[in-house]
Write a protein of this length. Structure first.
Length: 369
């Protein structure tokens, strides 16, 4: 009779005694379909909308709606939207996230940190599990999980951590793990946003109103203890202070509502319509919660939001791009990573040949004296 059954552990690289500890940063974003086609969008939406962190409707009820209605109707419409913002290099979200990871590694290296930086997506290709597997195969023994989300939410940040924990549950020899929960009020992040907006205004003039549009979540999450709403407003307040704006010169709104439930308000598009109808001539929109341009910024705001405002009577609409590869933003991201890497040995370790040559030179110098 078998008294012990092995756990569902994946096959791992053999343990090596004396292995030099290696450190990595895993920079994680939401995800994107592989192509702007209905089949790929359907696969992506199936994974995304099946996450109980994202949709908290009773499971059986929601799955019936998801598979019976949403995944039959929405993929084709969403694919057309993705196609409108797709680039020759692929999805803007993936292009920018990959570039940010490469720049972050370079910035950290300039500060003397020998760390591997990879990017991963919570949903779709380049999954968190696959990247953690790759890092482990390369001998990484310490991993910092760094979200691309400045504001913490159970629907995004916590879900990302769920994916890490799910991977960890199948691994025998776990690396040390650290998590960055939030950096919504980080001075470098706020400064990067303010400088980006100020540069835009210097080139294009200033608006009558600045709208800071954040991704929406159901209002009930606020009442259940999610800090996202408060962190968005703190980011907005700090950003307005950096820009020298009065409370009458900017508005905070929430976009990307899904379903009929009440979400965080005010909603972005109705706010833009009301502004156009109310005589506001020029509005600028910035999306501080998105660190990479994506469907929600390039299509929902720069296209749909523009149309809503101008159709309602507005005269001039400007979308201010996300931080993307902005140097001040990468510096801020580097600062956040460095802060959370503190205490881990990340300094570059010389290879054996360089170390031997250095010792031989030192011995030769000593013998000559």
């Amino acid at each position: 009779m078998t008294l012990f059954k092995p756990g569902p552990f994946a096959k791992e690289p053999p343990f090596k005694h004396g292995q030099v500890p290696r450190t990595a940063v895993l920079f994680c974003n939401l995800g994107t379909p592989d192509t702007p086609t209905a089949p790929d969008v359907r696969r992506y939406l199936r994974e995304f909308l099946s996450d109980p962190r994202v949709v908290e409707i009773p499971r059986l009820v929601w799955l019936a709606i998801l598979h019976g209605i949403i995944l039959r109707v929405r993929p084709a419409k969403s694919a057309a939207k993705y196609a409108s913002i797709w680039t020759p290099e692929g999805s803007p979200l993936k292009v920018w996230t990959e570039k940010q990871a490469k720049l972050l590694q370079g910035w950290l290296a300039q500060r003397g940190h020998d760390v591997q930086v990879r990017y991963a997506m919570r949903y779709g290709s380049t999954s968190i599990a696959s990247q953690l597997d790759a890092l482990k195969a390369e001998g990484v023994t310490r991993v910092l999980i760094l979200p691309a989300y400045p504001q913490y939410s159970g629907t995004t940040t916590a879900s990302l951590f769920d994916a890490v924990y799910a991977w960890a549950g199948k691994v025998r020899n776990l690396p040390e793990l650290r998590f960055v929960n939030r950096y919504h009020d980080d001075p470098g992040y706020i400064k990067a946003l303010a400088q980006s907006i100020s540069r835009y205004w210097k080139a294009h003039g200033r608006p009558d109103q600045l709208v800071m549009s954040f991704h929406g979540v159901p209002e009930r999450t606020l009442h259940l203890g999610d800090p996202y709403h408060c962190e968005c407003f703190k980011t907005a307040r700090l950003l307005a202070e950096q820009l020298g704006l009065t409370r009458e010169q900017f508005k905070v709104t929430f976009q990307s509502r899904l379903g009929r439930a009440k979400w965080l308000q005010p909603y972005t598009e109705p706010t833009l319509i009301a502004m156009g109808q109310g005589g506001v001539k020029r509005v600028d929109v910035v999306c501080p919660g998105f660190t990479s341009d994506c469907l929600e910024t390039l299509e929902e705001i720069a296209m749909e939001g523009r149309h809503a405002f101008l159709t309602a009577g507005g005269k001039e609409f400007h979308y201010i791009p996300c931080l993307n590869d902005d140097a001040a933003w990468i510096t801020a991201l580097c600062d956040v990573a460095q802060q959370h890497l503190a205490g881990w040995p990340t300094q570059a370790v010389p290879d054996a040949q360089a170390l031997a040559a250095s010792r031989a030179a030192a011995l030769a110098l000593g013998a000559s004296q």
